[in-house]
Design a protein around this ligand. Sequence first.
Ligand code: NAP
Length: 251
Amino acid sequence: MEENLEKNIVNKIIVVTGGSRGIGAQIVKELASCGYTVVLNYNNSENSAKSVENELKKMGYAVDIFKADVSVSKEAENLINYTINKYGKIDVLINNAGISQTKLFTDITDEDWHRMLDNNLSSAFYCSRESSKNMIHNKEGLIINISSIWGETGASMEVHYSASKAGMIGLTKALAKELGPSGVRVNAIAPGIINTDMNKEYSNKDIENIKQEIPLEKIGKPENISKCINWLIEDNYTTGEVISINGGWYM
Ligand code: NAP
């Protein structure tokens, strides 16, 4: 009872990168509806970001949108500094923004490689570096990196994607060790296949074939990820973990 009261009084300020669509949009909706103040970052999908913002504001929730290409160091810094200047702090950073590409390894160009690493891994580095300064000062904070099953086990024809997501796991563990003594937790979530635009290139037949490889025989929903994030925010003793949410596809 007392804890609930405290949660209502002490509001948390949360930044979600890539919150305009898919998993990120669901994370924004879930956390805003819990009463947290959420800064939704987007890059290209302004209409979608505004529609999530309007939907939540109509219900009286605290949400704000900020355009930044988080693969660019300065823009990532602007996002975090905008949040700290406006709300006084950042409590939780969710590094969710990401891209994917399916290509034979020998066809991956230097440009493909750098674009993948910049969008998926460097973005998390830039946002985490800027946020952690404030979190260390406040002696508390939480960073959650959205990795992937492919960062754990590797995907054929997605070598650059798998490398970027494996990099997020290394970043998570090393940073958890370094920031633990400052009261800052760092965790990763590694989703399996989740129903979003990222998988729209798959045909219905492809999806049926994938389901047969998954013990729970279904693909995941963005809610499966957002609920875990909500739990990580409530918790205070989990750090350096990679939480696999994949229906048993990889264990
Ligand atoms: P999605 O539907 O394609 O959405 C991707 C989101 O990332 C969009 O909101 C996009 O924003 C944003 N984004 C990409 N690059 C950005 C940048 N440089 N700056 C700011 N925002 C950027 O993908 P999703 O399925 O929701 O994926 C979300 C995360 O989960 C990704 O990191 C992905 O790798 C990971 N994941 C997904 C699956 C899956 O099966 N769906 C599985 C494992 C891991 P704009 O459209 O506004 O540019």
